[in-house]
Design a protein around this ligand. Sequence first.
Ligand SMILES: Nc1ncnc2c1ncn2[C@@H]1O[C@H](COP(=O)(O)OP(=O)(O)OP(=O)(O)O)[C@@H](O)[C@H]1O
Length: 326
Amino acid sequence: MPYVGGDRPTGEAVLTYAIEAHGLAKTFGDKMAVSGVDLKVPAGSIYGFLGQNGAGKTTTLRMLLGILTPDAGYATILGDDYPLTIADRIGYLPEERGLYPAMTARETIAFMGALRGLPLKEGRARAEELLSRHGLESEINAKIRTFSKGMAQKVQLLGSFVHEPDLIILDEPFSGLDPVNQGALEAIITKERDRGATILFSTHIMSHAERLCDGLVIIAGGRTRFTGSVADARSVLPAQVVVKTRLPLDNAIGDLPGTFARDAAGRYRFPLPPEGLDATLKRLAAANVEIIELTTERPTLHDAFVAMVGDPEAKDFNARADGGAR
Ligand SMILES: Nc1ncnc2c1ncn2[C@@H]1O[C@H](COP(=O)(O)OP(=O)(O)OP(=O)(O)O)[C@@H](O)[C@H]1O
């Protein structure tokens, strides 16, 4: 297990980052899939890997795992340059799900563990324990062909970390799961982190990233756009002013920057101007529009993600996040 904190045992090297990658690039024929991904995932953390469809997430994860060889750049996994030689320290849930239909749930998990160096006997015992703990006790001896898609996915997920790896890489683990099982998966991921593992998972579902992640990497068009905490990502955008007035705002705020939209409840919404809330309030008061309600809302991760991946000119959102609100 990587050393992540507490009293440092003598002779054991401190592993700061479970994953360090720089300038990863991959082209398939004339199709550029990844053009420059940088990634630093601190040991013992849960990191979300976010990007639109086709952004290059799966290709990047496969390069990190050594399944694909990068055309350029490098990656160090658990301090090692050759991930295939430390496969027993890594767990992986691929995007494409697939299990042997004739195998039982217990044998499937034990088999997956055996592929990563866990003795079969030990794997079977752990499989029983994992299946029982995660609501599949009555299915231990059931064949995969009798499982629903979500149940089979759960078995594959449990199999991906039955060997208690130091690093777990999950490609779209939430897709195909109902909300209850998505919640259960969040709990599983947190528990694995608490055990000492580092988890990197890709997703399009912002709520999971928002709740779970110690840090995020956002990619678009094959390159890294942002690395940092959820709070840093949200601070890339200014807060929104939400105001309800008795008289129409349109003319009164014509000289305020930003776009204005009125929702069904008659509330206007616009980005907080750089001069701040106090000055904005004074300006609205001076316009005599009769303020009924006024609040500010922090942007959600969803808003920040859309802004980051939808801005092809943007190069470095980290610089903006570090500099505070715009
Ligand atoms: N083997 C391949 N041959 C040709 N093109 C590929 C191959 N694998 C990926 N690509 C292309 O590379 C780009 C990135 O694909 P990738 O699967 O890495 O994206 P992704 O972010 O995982 O997408 P999604 O969220 O839809 O799974 C896409 O345009 C895809 O069509």
